[in-house]
Design a protein around this ligand. Structure first.
Ligand code: GDP
Length: 431
């Protein structure tokens, strides 16, 4: 979602205005003193448009002198946001600091909205008009304290922001599942078991056209669409070149799905082919359930062996849901539906920006990113930019090493869950 950065001199009423924009949904200034400073990014919603609002007051760029500090703050704001809101105090008029900031902002290719705050009184309108001199277009009079005209200001803001990328309006109809795995791992057996156990195989659902290659399967009282199963229901035996074909087929099924059941043969060591399938799932960003099939063949020794294999083999998907099943005996097949549900809940989950930043600022304060090239990268703020898969964007002043990104992901999962879903972490370094 798009980011709006709020800049301005101290005491022009930035935080009060941010609060006004957020409404009463997320408390900012009511926070305990000392905490407010760190919690700088929040979700805002206006006319159905979502955006992230960042109060740059918390950045305290280390430049000398107030003017330098605010100019640096504006630079940073421009490089990390889609639009900038400059707040000036109309009761004071444009100061030299405001002019310096305006100069920086005029160079920006980003849209800039100029808010003339503290217009508690009609008589200040002449002062407001004088702010045209900043060269940032029409000043928008507001009173953060009294809420005056904040609706008009918000209209201007969402107008200036790019559209949020269209994302998962919850899919109507059954969730889409891919059932994949190497040949002979038991895909057809499992699908037959699943369709055989239900009362009736549903071939069409009212109002939706069912792609004939998909199978509708009812599990645990819920209807699921198993995608691209034509070849599974009736086994197609292809003579040669099957491997390449199978891999294309697997990729197509994964792409068409929301959650993937990767079937693994518990009786055999993890193979290269298994790992390739897992890589496909991660790259496609799909939720994932690992089903260890043929569990009826697993004895104590094999179980012990398997645990050791998994430590090494599943490094890419330590977060995946796991179930041990037997398509032959039906053992634990019932556990698939709850695992699918958990994985999809995580895939759909969004952490509110305020909560995310409260957590992140503590984490980064306790364990700062490693110094690179003599510089300490700073993590400014983060938003969860997307779901399906959950995607975090970290705004930083420098490159974050892969090890540190993994650390953040691990801590993020410890704090917020996301079992069964990949989590992507993108870093946007200030240009
Ligand atoms: P696919 O190629 O992945 O569709 O695999 P199939 O479903 O055709 O199964 C391959 C072979 O494994 C068949 O002989 C199945 O009977 C057998 N099989 C499938 N699931 C199980 C299981 O849970 N336990 C055992 N012991 N054998 C299984």
């Amino acid at each position: 979602q798009p980011v709006l950065a709020v800049v301005g001199r101290p005491n022009v009423g930035k935080s009060t205005l941010v609060n006004r924009i957020l409404g009463r949904r997320e408390a900012v200034v009511q926070d305990t003193p000392g905490v407010t400073r760190d919690r700088i990014a929040y979700d805002a919603l206006w006319n159905g448009r979502r955006f992230t609002i960042v109060d740059t007051g918390g950045w305290e760029p280390g430049a000398s002198g107030l003017q330098g500090a605010i100019a640096a703050q504006a630079e940073l704001a421009m490089s990390t946001s889609d639009a900038v809101l400059l707040v000036v105090d109309a009761s004071v008029g444009a100061t030299t600091t405001d002019e310096a900031v305006a100069k920086v902002l005029r160079r920006s290719k980003r849209p800039v909205i100029l808010a003339a705050n503290k217009v508690d009184d009609q008589r200040l309108m002449a002062e407001v008009a004088s702010l045209w001199s900043l060269g940032l277009g029409e000043p928008q009079p507001v009173s953060a304290l009294h809420g005056r005209s904040s609706g008009d200001l918000l209209d201007k803001i969402v107008e200036a922001l790019p559209d949020a990328p269209r994302e998962g309006t919850p899919t109507a109809g059954p969730r889409r599942v891919a059932l994949v795995g190497k040949p002979n791992v038991g895909k057809s057996s499992l699908l037959n078991k699943l369709t055989g156990e239900q009362r009736a195989v549903v071939d069409s659902v009212a109002g939706t056209t069912v792609d004939p290659v998909d199978s509708m399967v009812e599990l645990d009282g819920q209807l699921w669409r198993f995608v691209d199963t034509a070849g599974l229901r009736k086994r197609v035996h292809t003579a040669n070149g099957t491997e390449y074909y199978a891999s294309l087929r697997t990729k197509a099924a994964i792409d068409a799905s929301e959650v993937v059941i990767v079937l693994l043969d518990a009786a055999e060591p993890l193979s290269e082919q298994d790992l390739r399938v897992l890589t496909m799932v991660v790259e496609a960003g799909r939720a994932c359930v690992l089903a260890f099939n043929k569990w009826d063949l697993v004895d104590e020794d094999r179980r012990y062996q398997l645990e050791k294999e998994l430590d090494r083999g599943l490094v890419r998907v330590p977060w995946a849901e796991r179930v041990n099943i037997s398509a032959l005996t039906g053992r634990s097949v019932r556990k698939l539906a709850p695992a699918l549900r958990t994985a999809l809940e995580s895939w759909d989950q969004r952490v509110p920006t305020g909560q995310l930043n409260g957590w992140l600022s503590d984490l980064v304060a306790a364990t700062p990113p490693p110094v690179r090239g003599g510089k300490q990268p700073k993590v400014l703020f983060a938003t969860q930019a997307a779901i399906r898969p959950p995607t975090l964007v970290l705004f930083t002043t420098g490159f974050l090493e892969a090890g540190y990104r993994r650390f953040i992901e691990r801590k993020f999962r410890e704090r917020f869950g996301f079992e069964g879903s990949p989590v992507r972490i993108n870093v946007r370094v200030r240009e």
